[in-house]
Design a protein around this ligand. Structure first.
Ligand code: AP5
Ligand code: ZN
Length: 217
């Protein structure tokens, strides 16, 4: 299956992607995670991306599209993938369509996670991520680690993302509404969108998402 996950910052895209990718046996491809890996490795691409991410703005398409394409061309993605955070504007959606079309492939579904804004703000404020593995995501109250600041899964140090400050989150939400939400209409025109509410416990949301994707097939 080839799936795009869409939803505001803090909706739980990364959290759900970890479970959905496992259930569906496809790789989870997050452009945010790819940028953060490049930043921590000090690559040229990471240097280009950092100032935009810290400001809560989109990294320019010419950097993002090439990086996403390289990742989608890796051998583990030939039979499908779950895209998280890409595409993020209509130009990226058009580039993805062109990329897939040239390989005679198409998307199966666009899963839209709906969460009210006050909830995403709470989710982001309490988020803590493991330095060893970005799939190890916690929340100080909703899914607190057993020991404060320490990852339950691997013992790694938990940290708060640089772009999770209140001011940057506000900017990211504005960018979501103006630049990313239009891709939902773009994909609705192709009959690909399935919308679910992402409120409730993590496993309840996963079950809802799996059911919606099954119903779509
Ligand atoms: P990116 O990393 O993609 O961030 P985002 O879209 O803002 O999404 P988040 O990672 O903040 O949230 P999430 O929905 O994954 O939520 P999570 O599962 O962590 O992008 C960052 C930046 O990179 C962008 O601003 C941009 O600069 C750049 N970028 C990336 N892609 C780009 C692109 N294509 N083009 C241009 N620029 C790009 O959950 C949040 C918290 O909630 C966690 O603490 C979690 O434990 C908790 N939680 C999750 N589910 C639940 C639940 N059901 N109940 C209670 N708590 C929950
Ligand atoms: Zn960990």
């Amino acid at each position: 299956m080839r799936i795009v996950l869409v939803g505001p910052p803090g909706a739980g895209k990364g959290t759900q992607a970890a479970y959905l990718a496992k259930n569906l046996a496809i790789p989870h491809i997050s452009t945010g995670d790819l940028f953060r890996a490049n930043i921590s490795q000090g690559t040229e691409l990471g240097l280009k991306a950092k100032s935009y991410m810290d400001a809560g703005e989109l990294v320019p398409d010419e950097v993002t599209i090439g990086m996403a394409k390289d990742r989608m061309e890796q051998p583990d993605a030939v039979n499908g993938f779950l895209l998280d955070g890409f595409p993020r504007n209509v130009a990226q959606a058009e580039a993805l369509d062109a990329m897939l079309e040239s390989e005679s492939m198409k998307l199966d579904a666009v899963l839209d996670l709906e969460v009210p804004e006050d909830e995403v703000v709470k989710r982001i404020a309490g988020r803590r991520i493991c330095r060893n593995d970005s799939a190890h995501v916690f929340h100080v109250t909703y899914s607190a680690p057993k020991t404060e600041g320490v990852c339950d899964a691997c013992g790694g140090e938990l940290y708060q993302r640089d772009d999770d400050s209140e001011e940057t989150v506000r900017k990211r939400l504005e960018v979501y509404h103006t630049q990313t939400e239009p891709i939902i209409d773009y994909y609705k025109a192709q009959g690909l969108v399935v919308t679910i509410t992402a409120l409730g416990k993590v496993d309840e949301v996963t079950a809802r998402a799996m059911e919606a994707l099954r119903g779509d097939k």
